[in-house]
Design a protein around this ligand. Structure first.
Ligand code: UDP
Length: 454
């Protein structure tokens, strides 16, 4: 889509777009950013949303918010829930209330189309059954979405479920991905995961008039082209959305209040001296891994700002670094429950980001020109980590086994070593390309034109 000549940016009036985000941090932010973007182009926007993890309407005065008032089982809302079971329960619990809320809007408004999170397979079908053109917003990368679309073929070819002896094989149609990088959720039933992925892919094929992705041509052009070919519908790579979005500061989309004190702490550090550590809004680690991370950070000698979400450490104990850490190591680090991540990444004191490679964090790091240390935990994070380390060369792996010696070595490598310097150079190139993409915003123009044509 980026190859098209730039015409005058379309500015719409009148026809409403209805958005339906999945109620998790990594999904809400890009959907609300898209909402602000469409609104700024003159499209009235209504956000239908669940009561569970509801967004705060007061932060978005230009948008209309309508709760669907779903009734959900605890399997859909508990932080301990199995993720696949949670996504299945959300879909089945929200289908009818979503349909009713959309039907009610249709009686009052001229709705141009709906944009629903791509994981809402039930809502994709429901909107289409009501005769509303519907687009799927993918909040993951084009590479991840492409791998989901390929899942039935991968299953037939024996790549999934992942077998120990094939882990290091490259997957021919998805290079640079290896079998071990394919989407997986440890602890979830493999058949349930494959069933969920099939529903998502089938709904996109059967119901979506287009796909919107939080990505951009400069980083994923071949992957985007593959999606358009496979779905025979347009794919609009409108990312990086947190940079495109004209509305409230992207941090305002958050479900948690950030600890802004860490910015003053960063101010007191020299340029590029601090490692920022965060595993996102969902991932949890075992107490043993957490301790090795802490001891590794201590052993590295590098100052660190570490986000430790309450409840993010499994297996008991306070979510505090181990007591055994000496005073010197403790004084070198700052631990917060939630950080203003975009501001942290933009701070000159930050030299690298130890990340789980959630797609938002990956894009945010790229756009800030900060190299990464990749520790993927589950879902699409393995795909993103592989692209970070082997396609774009903007980060290093922590490795499969998190032990203190290896952690200290990798932290020093990314912060102080030549490997880190090379990754820093490459990520700065990508940042420039992201800046150019934001300045041009061709895909957003194309999306608005398409919405108006539906
Ligand atoms: N985030 C934040 N403060 C934190 C940790 C995370 O603002 O302390 C934000 C981060 O900027 C990103 C989102 O939470 O936009 C996490 O999304 P991502 O896709 O990276 O991972 P997920 O949480 O979905 O696993």
């Amino acid at each position: 889509m980026a190859t098209q000549e730039k015409e005058e940016a379309p500015h719409a009036v009148g026809r409403r777009v209805v958005l339906f985000p999945l109620p998790f941090q990594g999904h809400l932010s890009p959907m609300l950013q898209l909402a602000e973007l469409l609104r700024a182009r003159g499209l009235p926007v209504t956000v239908l949303h669940t009561d569970f993890n509801a967004p705060d309407p007061t932060r978005h005065p230009e948008l209309a918010f309508v709760p669907i008032h779903e009734a959900l089982p605890t399997s859909a809302t508990s932080p301990d829930a199995d993720i696949v079971a949670q996504l299945l329960a959300l879909n089945s619990g929200c289908e009818a209330p979503f349909r009713e809320a959309l039907a009610s809007l249709l009686r009052r408004e001229d709705v141009a189309c709906a944009v629903v999170d791509g994981q809402w397979y039930a809502a994709l079908g429901a909107a289409s059954a009501l005769g509303v053109p519907v687009l799927a917003l993918r909040t993951d990368s084009a590479a991840t979405f492409g791998s989901l679309l390929a899942f039935p073929r991968l299953r037939d070819a024996g790549y999934v479920p992942i077998k120990e002896e094939r882990r290091d094989e490259l997957v021919p149609e998805l290079e640079p991905l290896r079998v071990r990088d394919l989407i997986r959720i440890d602890g979830s039933d493999v058949d349930a995961l494959c069933g969920f992925i099939s529903r998502v892919a089938d709904a996109a094929r059967a119901s979506a008039s287009g796909v919107v992705l939080n990505s951009f041509d400069a980083i994923e052009a071949p992957e985007l082209a593959r999606i358009e070919k496979e779905l025979s519908c347009p794919a609009f790579a409108v990312g990086p959305l947190h940079r495109m979005c004209p509305g409230p500061a992207p941090a305002e989309h958050g479900l948690h209040a950030p600890d802004r004190g860490c910015l003053a702490w960063l101010d007191a550090h020299p340029a590029r001296s601090v490692l920022y550590v965060s595993l996102g809004s969902v991932a949890r680690v075992d107490r043993g891994v957490f301790e090795e991370m802490a001891w590794g950070l201590a052993g590295s000698g590098v100052p660190f700002l570490w986000v430790v979400r309450p409840g993010s450490v499994r297996g008991g104990g306070a979510d505090e670094p181990p007591n055994g850490l000496d005073e010197e190591a403790r004084s070198r680090g700052k631990v917060v429950a939630w950080a203003p991540q975009l501001e942290v990444l933009a701070h000159e004191a930050v030299g690298a980001f130890w990340t789980h490679c959630g797609w938002n964090s990956t894009l945010e790091s790229v756009c800030a020109g900060v190299p990464m240390l990749a520790q993927p935990c589950f879902a699409d994070q393995t795909v993103n980590a592989r692209y970070v380390t082997h396609r774009w060369g903007v980060g290093l792996e922590v490795g499969d086994v998190i032990d203190r010696v290896r952690v200290a070595e990798r932290v020093r490598m990314v912060m102080l070593g030549e490997e880190g310097d090379r990754a820093r150079e490459k990520v700065r190139d990508l940042k420039l390309q992201a800046d150019q993409c934001v300045a041009a915003s061709l895909a957003v123009d194309n999306l608005v034109r398409y919405v108006l044509s539906l």
